[in-house]
Every structure is written in structure tokens, then in C-alpha cells.
Design a protein around this ligand. Sequence first.
Ligand SMILES: [Zn+2]
Length: 83
Amino acid sequence: MDNQQINYNYNCDEVKHVIFVKEIMERIPVDDQSMEYKQIVQLIEEYLSLKCQHSLVLDTIDVTTEKSLPIMYCKWCFTTFNT
Ligand SMILES: [Zn+2]
């Protein structure tokens, strides 16, 4: 982590609260979620894709010990994007 990075979230309070709700909703593993619950999560994701002032971070995830894949995600809402 780069501590020099400016770490200011420009999102309005509404978006910040929705991000907070998303974090709480994701505490239930996807496999244990009901269909109605998943619909709420999907609505939240759609809302954030429109309203979040994304701040993209490029990172890599290790798939195996020898292979890693690049991923890009928003550091506020953790939406992932194709790289
Ligand atoms: Zn975002």
C-alpha cells in the first residue's frame, strides 16, 4: 500500500452509505443468499456503478504460485473492472 496516496473519498454521503450497506450485505456468502437478497445486492451494484466517483486501483491476484492476473477495482466501492 502506498501511504503517500491521497486518500480522500469524493463520494457524497448517500453513496458512502450505500457502500457501507454493500459491505454489510456481503457478509452473507453468495451461496447462502436468497434470490430476493441477491436482487438487493444487484441493485446496490447497479447504483454504485452509476453514482460512485470510482477511484481505480490496478492490482494483481495470485491464481497459482506461478500465475497471477491483473485486476482493476474501485478503492471505494470495490467494483471490479475488466483489465
Ligand atoms: Zn466505485
